[in-house]
Design a protein around this ligand. Structure first.
Ligand code: PEP
Length: 255
């Protein structure tokens, strides 16, 4: 298959305060302005989406949200809707991040509701899947990630798949400094791509769905990971908070 255009996400999680978020956004624009061969999205915390959105509005960096509620409005105290995110310039959302699944208790059913709502609202979705260390030790990786993929994408049409990116994020690798080997990442990505083609696209020509790897990606492992045939980019947590590290990771995907 032809090489897909790399897609790199920076998940800032519940980090950075306003000045830091603004400075990081400005510095990224400066560092990545000549870079035309990759797509980049940054996902600040909710309170700073609008201000960061203004800073990156004229750049090629896209604004993403780390979460949202699938209903469009109403009595859902504390929640944020997709149309509110669109108002501040976001057009990408993360869904099913492992911290939302394992810390906040989101089920596959919730993940699927969010995926469908986001696609319906014309957002691009980054759907995260990944096995825990325990599931991996029990050789359940394939079952877990394919199950999360299929349940997360239930009732998504083959056409809508072009607005979906999958992030394979082994839970044991997130924020731990333990990265999947290129071989493990490639095997998981290849499996996910075949599953997408066979079961979601149902034999039709599957649109080119990009599959990001996430889990302790750093400048010094990005080069060997992106060299894997089915790794089309990264979802980056810790290293996305540092302008040099994140810029180097983005540049590694196009060199
Ligand atoms: C993440 O938050 O999606 C992530 C992969 O974090 P880290 O890069 O810190 O492992």
């Amino acid at each position: 298959m032809d090489q897909l255009r790399p897609f790199i996400g920076g998940n800032w999680k519940m980090n950075l305060h306003l000045d830091q978020a603004r400075d990081l956004a400005r510095a990224l624009i400066e560092n990545l302005q000549q870079l035309h061969h990759a797509d980049v999205v940054i996902c600040p915390a909710f309170p700073y989406l609008a201000q960061v959105g203004v800073i990156i509005a004229e750049s090629t960096i896209r604004l993403g949200a780390q979460d949202f509620y699938h209903q469009s409005n109403g009595a859902f105290t504390g929640e944020v809707s997709l149309s509110m995110l669109a108002d501040v310039g976001a057009d990408v959302v993360l869904v099913g991040h492992s911290e939302r699944r394992h810390v906040l208790g989101e089920s596959d059913a919730t993940v699927n509701e969010k995926v469908l709502a986001a696609l319906d609202a014309d957002f691009d979705v980054i759907l995260c899947v990944g096995e825990t260390g325990e599931q991996r030790a029990q050789n359940h990786t394939e079952k877990i990630i394919c199950g999360q993929l299929l349940r997360g994408l239930a009732n998504v049409s083959p056409e809508q798949l072009s607005h979906v990116t999958i992030a394979y994020e082994p839970v044991w690798a997130i924020g731990t400094g333990n990265t999947a080997t290129p071989n493990d990442a490639q095997n998981a990505h290849q499996l996910l791509r075949h599953t997408l083609k066979d079961q979601i696209a149902q034999g039709n020509a599957a649109p080119a769905v990009r599959i990001q790897y996430g889990g302790s990606v750093k400048p010094d492992n990005a080069v060997e990971l992106i060299a894997c045939e089915d790794v089309d980019g990264f979802l980056v947590g810790g290293a996305s908070l540092n302008v040099d590290d994140f810029s180097q990771i983005v540049k590694a995907t196009v060199s």
